[in-house]
Design a protein. Structure first.
Length: 353
């Protein structure tokens, strides 16, 4: 029986059309031998497949100056495929795994993440990929929480103690010491990521073990909706208001109109249930002027607007492409704020209803 290719990474990216200069959101799946892309995550059959054997990847890609975080994949037949990630770290993660997959397949090898099995004597019978899927099970897996520490809110994460508790209770290990070894392997192979100074310091070798069985050491799944935000005033604390959902982020942004293409300041409130980005008149008024449905959307940074006058010399733009392919262009006050909005919107788009 032939083994199915390993799914290395998957998520929404913006892909350039092969015929025209159109950019559309696609659910992209990186396999050991190729890249499949789907119109929607729920689709059963891909719209296309890009073989990796003999391919090369180029990043950063400057072919489209107005679009940031683009990478180019050139296949053996010298055809170019362009993808855009939402922010720098996401692009670099895709590029790193694609490069590794190309190197492996060109060398006739299977894809494998950096292994720590020998160093910690992990039994070969343990399937880390299957264990990871069990940990993410919405019913029986590790529960993702909203945790606060040092005036920061960590969304969609969990503690090191929770991980070890789950490994023991699920009979994956016999005791907490074995759990610590297994969790360290999951961390080293990329199935877990450190969040916060305590866990990051341990992962960088500043502790006796790379993984910490502590209630103040935070971790998250790499393909979850994790994001961290700071708060300095009562307005920034997550609150419950007239909608069912929790406020994830709020603040003023510039929004471009759909008809006149003019820019206006709007107050935006991002909620996770339902997954909407509502916008209001900043001068007052309790009723929203409109809302952007975020479930299944893609959000990316852009440098300039097509077919319109640039609003400001220092514009920090980003684009939301909804599931029904409506494009919204917004401007933040700084690149840091733009990144915060992008990560927050990404989280809600993945986990909201």
């Amino acid at each position: 029986m032939e083994r199915e290719p390993m799914r290395i990474r998957e998520g929404y990216l913006v892909k350039k059309g092969s015929m025209f200069n159109t950019w559309k959101p696609m659910w992209v799946v990186l396999l050991e031998d190729g890249i499949e892309f789907y119109k929607k995550k729920a689709d059963n059959s891909p719209k296309g497949m890009i073989p990796l054997k003999g391919s090369s990847i180029h990043s950063p890609c400057q072919d489209f100056g107005k679009r940031m975080f683009v990478f180019k994949l050139t296949v053996a037949k010298q055809q170019d495929h362009f993808f855009q990630a939402a922010y720098l770290e996401e692009r670099d993660a895709w590029v790193r795994d694609i490069k590794k997959a190309i190197h492996r397949i060109d060398g006739g090898q299977r894809f494998a993440r950096k292994s720590t099995r020998k160093s910690i004597r992990l039994p070969e019978t343990i399937n880390l990929s299957a264990l990871y899927l069990s940990m993410k099970d919405p019913e029986s897996g590790i529960k993702e929480l909203k945790l606060e520490k040092d005036k920061r809110v960590f969304n969609h994460c969990f503690t090191g103690t929770c991980v070890i508790d789950w490994l023991v209770s699920s009979s994956s290990v016999r005791n907490r010491r074995e759990g610590l070894l297994l969790a360290s392997s999951l961390l080293s192979e990329g199935y877990l990521q450190p969040a916060g100074d305590t866990s990051k310091a341990a992962a960088e070798g500043l502790s006796d073990t790379p993984f910490l069985d502590l209630s103040d050491a935070y971790y998250y799944f790499p393909d979850s909706g994790f994001f961290c935000e700071g708060y300095s005033s009562d307005d920034d604390v997550v609150l419950k208001e007239e909608f069912r959902g929790t406020i994830v982020k709020q603040g003023c942004l510039l929004k471009q109109g759909h008809r006149r293409k003019n820019w206006k300041v709007r107050k935006f409130i991002l909620r996770d249930d339902p997954a909407y980005l509502h916008y209001y008149d900043p001068a007052g008024g309790e009723e929203p002027l409109g809302a952007i449905h975020l479930r299944g959307c893609v959000v990316t940074a852009v440098e300039d607007m097509p077919d319109t006058k640039k609003h400001d010399d220092d514009n920090i733009l980003f684009e939301i492409i909804t599931a029904n392919e409506i494009h919204y262009y917004l401007q933040a006050a700084s690149s840091t704020e733009r990144t915060e909005w992008i990560k927050a919107i990404q989280s809600v788009a993945r986990t909201g209803k």
